[in-house]
Ligand binder design. Structure first.
Ligand code: RNT
Ligand code: ZN
Length: 416
């Protein structure tokens, strides 16, 4: 008997079909964010990262050209099991032959290389307008909520351009494109007007949505946040704002980033709450330490709990999942791989949990037995199921993948 066969039998004793779990996970797309590869800089400006977010660290070998970033991403994806989707920010437009256009003028052709990469691996692409790291975002630190008409008009045009690009992605790849709106707009100190910026933000998103598009192809999301660096006192796109916006606008989804709440709040509990009301929701999966620090995702308790909720709610086709973190202090490609593999582990483990049996114990008020069973599940031989899944996806289950990264670092990254 192989280790997998023995593990499979142990799970089967609890009614879990591990073969079915493995087969299912292979078809669930998870979006890998291009911005981990170059510390959220992009190709359309020379300035620093702004908007209340920050990368720290100076690990060598960062991608600085489109060719490098795409190659690094391909390397990372080759070491991860499961179905991938690309997640691209608008500042990663690829200009050729000396051409340059500002963000209000970007067009599908500036993203043709991304489509090429997506098609090579039969992936979809998610997209994000970039409302930060730009002179128009530093006039007053505000974008879609700015009182400056010219600033707002510029960013509305950017949002509309991004809708056109998103629809192009969906048509080219055959997969719907999740287009996420996040702005860092807010105030460092106690504001004199909290509603004004929010009304302007609301009207600006509505103006962006006037761009005609197919709601089945482009899923527009609004991402909330509690605070950012330098905007500690007030954020225009708060949780209540974005949830209410999504609820009141046809075809708009709420996006929860688990780094964007007060530290004792958990997104695992918010997922089932939103699924009671929204046909579809979106997630940015990250790891915050004490604040929205965007550490690399690991297999910690809350990561597992989020995956469990998506699976238990039978919502793998209603939740758009994307990774969102950025660490410049370790090998950036390893950071991608560790995070992606961690989320795959969390999903696989959730799919190998006897959810119906546990729910029945809860409904029968058998709380002692529920605790006993939940604890027992924690020591089942999950590593053997994971190894089988990785083998069936043609990737290493153990740390052999890291040897490839070490070789790539020596041969490619350190020569940059
Ligand atoms: C920032 C948000 C946002 C960004 C990306 C780069 O706090 O999480 O999603 O991380 O758009
Ligand atoms: Zn996010």
């Amino acid at each position: 008997m192989t280790r997998y066969e023995s593990a499979k039998a142990m799970y089967a004793a609890y009614g879990v079909d591990t073969d079915a779990a493995i087969a299912k996970l292979k078809n669930i797309p998870v979006a890998l964010h291009c911005w981990q590869g170059d510390d959220v800089i992009g190709f359309d400006h020379d300035g620093p990262l702004s908007g209340g977010i920050q990368t720290t660290g100076n690990y060598p070998g960062k991608a600085t050209t489109p060719a490098q970033l795409l190659a690094d991403m391909e390397k990372a994806m080759s070491l991860c099991p499961g179905k991938k989707k690309l997640n691209v920010h608008a500042c990663y437009a690829i200009f050729e032959d000396g051409e340059f256009v500002d963000r209000d003028k970007i067009a599908p052709k500036h993203f043709a290389k991304w489509v090429e990469l997506a098609k090579k691996y039969d992936m979809g692409i998610d997209f994000n307008p970039t409302f930060f790291s730009h002179p128009m975002a530093s006039r007053d630190g505000l974008t879609l909520s700015s009182p400056d008409d010219e600033v707002r008009a510029f960013w509305i045009e950017h949002g509309r351009a991004c809708i056109r690009i998103s629809e192009y992605f969906a048509r080219e790849t055959g997969y719907p494109c999740v287009m996420n709106i996040w702005i860092g707009d807010g105030f460092k100190d106690v504001p004199a007007d909290r509603m004004g910026p929010r009304m302007r933000y609301k009207e600006s998103i509505e103006a962006i949505l006037e761009e005609p598009f197919d709601r089945n192809l482009v899923k527009v999301c609004v991402e909330s946040k509690v605070f950012g660096i330098g905007v500690e006192a007030y954020t225009a796109g708060s949780a209540e704002f974005t949830l209410s916006f999504a609820a009141s606008h046809d075809g708009v989804l709420p996006l929860m980033d688990n780094g964007h709440y007060h530290p004792t709040e958990v997104v695992s509990d918010k997922i089932p709450a939103l699924l009671c009301f929204y046909p579809e929701i979106a997630l940015h999966i990250t790891r915050g330490i004490r604040w929205d620090s965007d550490h690399v995702l690991i297999l910690d308790d809350e990561t597992k709990e989020m995956a469990k909720e998506i699976v238990r709610c039978n919502a793998l086709d209603r939740v758009f999942m994307a990774l969102d973190y950025f660490d410049a202090s370790i090998n950036r490609i390893a950071a991608w791989v560790i995070g992606f593999r961690s989320w795959q582990k969390a999903l696989l483990s959730a799919l190998c949990t006897p959810n119906e049996m546990l729910a029945a114990l809860q409904n029968e008020n058998k709380y002692t037995e529920l605790m006993v069973m939940q604890e027992e599940m924690k020591t089942l031989p999950f590593g053997d199921i994971w190894a089988e899944y990785c083998a069936s996806c043609g990737v290493a289950a153990d740390t052999a993948w890291f040897k490839e990264i070490q070789a790539y670092e020596k041969d490619v990254l350190l020569k940059r």
